[in-house]
Design a protein around this ligand. Structure first.
Ligand SMILES: N[C@@H]1[C@@H](O)[C@H](O)[C@@H](COP(=O)(O)O)O[C@@H]1O
Length: 241
């Protein structure tokens, strides 16, 4: 696990963007794993700017998102489908048919998990973008999730509901209680991983991920065993290392 500490959020985004740009420049049909949340927003803004100014193309790129809330309609303002289109997809030339996001509104949720896993099993993600929850979760793999987990349904922990309430008028009762998420084994299969974390509220989780034992109590700690993970931090997120 390589650690890169940058002075602020913008420099973190720029450092992560360099890896993204290298990936899609070297491999036009790169398979990207994408994350939601505030952490990758700066990266996505730079991808959009670079596409508009330099014409970097995503025409043959295929994307797979990590997770989605269960029960929110696709067009809900806080669905991860909406997030990805608003923050990134509308600004680049990725083809709609090459975008994959777990379906949070399926009648049969177990089948939706199985179908997404089957799709993932057919590809190998070249570059996976990750954030980290303040409880050490990656995607929606909450503490206690087995390291061999595949795509599955999850009951969100109270801390995650509390953290994510800021996107739902600060009202915890509006935050969905369940999500569909790719598993830790799916994430570990990706060729390269970049994890972005900024802000003091991530410092403990970052410490546990980097310095703690590899333990399901901090799901992100499994990344210590991944052969090519780079963690991009601002000084606040790195303050406990
Ligand atoms: N499911 C997402 C994660 O993929 C994300 O990494 C994390 C951190 O979010 P943020 O970047 O907004 O702090 O929380 C959410 O719950």
């Amino acid at each position: 696990m390589k650690i890169v500490v940058a002075p602020d959020v913008q420099h973190v985004a720029e450092a992560a963007f360099k890896v993204m740009k290298n990936t899609v420049s070297e491999k036009k049909d790169a398979v990207l794993g994408l994350a939601t949340g505030s952490s990758p927003e700066g990266l996505y803004a730079l991808m959009a700017k670079d596409h508009s100014e330099n014409g970097t193309s995503y025409q043959d790129v295929v994307t797979y998102n990590l997770d989605e809330y269960v029960g929110l309609p696709q067009n809900h303002s806080q669905s991860y489908y909406t997030f990805m289109h608003e923050k990134l997809f509308q600004y680049i030339d990725v083809k709609e048919e090459n975008i994959h996001i777990p379906c949070g509104c399926a009648q049969d949720e177990e089948k939706a998990c199985h179908d997404y896993e089957n799709m993932l099993a057919k590809v190998r993600i070249d570059l996976q973008v990750l954030g980290i929850g303040s409880d050490g979760h990656i995607a929606f793999n909450e503490p206690g999730t087995p390291f061999d987990s595949l795509v599955h349904l999850v009951h969100l922990k109270q801390q995650t509901i509390h953290d994510n309430a800021r996107f739902f008028d600060h009202d915890e009762s509006k935050v969905p209680t369940m999500a569909i998420t790719t598993g830790l084994a799916d994430i570990m299969r990706c060729r390269k991983i970049i994890l972005i974390a900024t802000g003091a509220n991530k410092a403990q989780a970052v410490h546990d991920m980097v310095k703690g034992p590899v333990s399901t109590s901090c799901p992100a700690s499994i990344l210590q065993k991944h052969p090519d993970t780079v963690v991009f931090l601002d000084e606040a997120a790195a303050s406990k290392l």
